[in-house]
Design a binder for this molecule. Structure first.
Ligand code: ATP
Ligand code: MG
Length: 255
């Protein structure tokens, strides 16, 4: 796979190896307002299975657009997105909806829990929508990992922001999706609660080989990832492997 706008060696090596890719983007462009705004500009990238990637960039650099295109929530104006071997652009709307429900997990910044449903029903919602039975062992493990076992009958309004976000993470993990995307999931949380949510994502990667892509503005959050990808004006401009908060900050300042 070529990576036209990603030149440094590490990036080329990463992008050139499509083996074991969970999601691959090839020359993806997303324009808005009849082409007046280019939110993503010819981006090629692949996320290897079992890796944790953070995406950083200034406000308006295209991070959410990238996540929405990579997850099938939105379709690119041009270019190809593949989940495993499935070309998302070739799917009809119903098939795309099913794919998003069954094979992709998405954690929204605003949690997006259903207010009328308790924690248990919120977490198992994607399974019910897909007509799938919960794997009780896995459900129990996910619920324990997010620390919500004693709150299963609580409604979202009875939970703190951090607890709601942990329910949202559990909901994203419960289907054992091929990839989990999280768009600034810790932005509204205090550092300690943010740490819990990030540890959970990290443990999913290390424990069950989950693939995770996290958008964040926070170098401390990015440091939980295996590598950080930097976006600027809709293009991938750099990758930082084995990040620490300090190296992320330094790279960020010199972008
Ligand atoms: N639905 C839309 N219609 C028109 N322009 C849009 C739309 N969505 C995004 N854009 C534009 O695309 C660009 C990238 O937006 P995007 O939301 O992806 O940025 P971001 O990096 O996620 O920013 P933030 O950090 O503020 O969340 C911006 O210039 C934005 O104004
Ligand atoms: Mg955004």
């Amino acid at each position: 796979m070529t990576a036209p706008n990603t030149v440094p060696g590490a990036i080329a090596a990463h992008a050139a190896d499509p083996g074991g890719a969970a999601v691959t983007l090839e020359r993806v462009t997303k324009s808005y307002d009849r082409g007046r705004v280019t939110a993503l500009d010819n981006v090629s990238w692949s996320f290897r299975r079992g890796t944790f990637t953070a995406i950083m960039g200034a406000s308006g650099s295209g991070k959410s657009t990238f996540l929405h295109c990579a997850s099938g929530l939105d379709l690119p104006t041009s270019g190809t997105v593949r989940l495993g071997d499935t070309d998302l652009g070739k799917l009809k709307e119903t098939a795309l909806t099913q794919l998003r429900r069954d094979r992709v997990g998405f954690v929204f910044q605003g949690y997006n829990l259903v207010p009328s449903m308790d924690v248990q029903r919120n977490i198992t919602l994607p399974l019910r929508l897909g007509g799938r039975r919960a794997d009780t062992g896995w459900l129990t493990e996910v619920v324990h990992r997010v620390g919500m076992a004693d709150r299963l009958d609580h409604k979202p309004s009875q939970l703190s922001g951090g607890q709601q976000q942990r329910v949202a993470v559990a909901r994203a993990l419960v289907t054992r999706p091929e990839i989990v995307f999280a768009d600034e999931p810790t932005a509204a949380l205090d550092p300690r609660t943010a740490g819990h949510v990030l540890r959970l994502l990290r443990e999913a990667v290390d424990g069950i080989g989950q693939t995770v892509v996290l958008v964040t503005h926070d170098p401390t959050a990015a440091a939980w990832a295996d590598s950080v990808v930097f976006l600027s004006e809709g293009r991938i401009v750099d990758e930082l492997p084995r990040p620490t908060a300090a190296t992320v900050l330094t790279r960020w300042e010199t972008l």
